[in-house]
Design a protein around this ligand. Structure first.
Ligand code: SF4
Length: 178
């Protein structure tokens, strides 16, 4: 599939925006990775730090992909305190991301694709880390933040809008391809 085809197909999966990105230009930052240490998933999942690898390893992985597509789901909130609206948009984005991921997996096997979501892996009720290997290595999904990506910067550097107006919230993920 060409990047343009992937962008075009993404709209069938409920995303409000999809656009090409250049993985070579993505800066994987130690400062973003440092924020992971404050998350409750830190040290409790195969796809989160430290199990997902040092930031240099993650950067090398990202830069090994010549093509990429960023996807967004934007929700309209009643106001800035609309927690239900935020959670609903997050849920919808997670659904879109997973369904498109499964669709792309039919073409892109193994490391031919790296999918980075908005948040850690929630495939299993409880991650097997660190007691036994990942139950679904082909379906596990790390996050853009775990790879040190600053979402706003990735969007800006690729000419992709991220802010969509007052009382909106936007969740972002990406798929990188070989
Ligand atoms: S698929 Fe399951 S075991 Fe593997 S990283 Fe995700 S939650 Fe953990």
């Amino acid at each position: 599939m060409t990047t343009d085809t992937i962008v075009s197909v993404a709209s069938n999966f409920g995303f409000t925006l999809a656009a090409p990105i250049d993985p070579a230009g993505i800066d994987c930052k130690t400062t973003v990775r440092a924020d992971c240490e404050r998350c409750k998933a830190y040290g409790h999942s195969w796809v989160c730090p430290p199990a997902c690898g040092e930031i240099d390893e993650c950067a090398a992985r990202v830069h090994s992909y010549p093509h990429g597509v960023v996807v967004q789901t934007t929700g309209q909130l009643e106001d800035e305190f609309d927690g239900e609206g935020m959670m609903e948009t997050a849920r919808l984005h997670g659904e879109h991301f997973r369904e498109f991921y499964l669709h792309l997996r039919e073409t892109y096997k193994g490391d031919a694709m790296l999918a980075l979501g908005a948040g850690g892996c929630n495939k299993c009720p409880k991650c097997t880390y660190p007691d036994s290997p990942c139950l679904f290595p082909d379906e596990q999904q790390s996050s853009m933040e775990a790879y040190g990506m600053l979402i706003a910067e990735v969007c800006k550097d690729n000419g992709v809008p991220y802010y969509h107006g007052r009382s909106t919230i936007t969740y972002v993920s990406c798929y990188l391809f070989k």
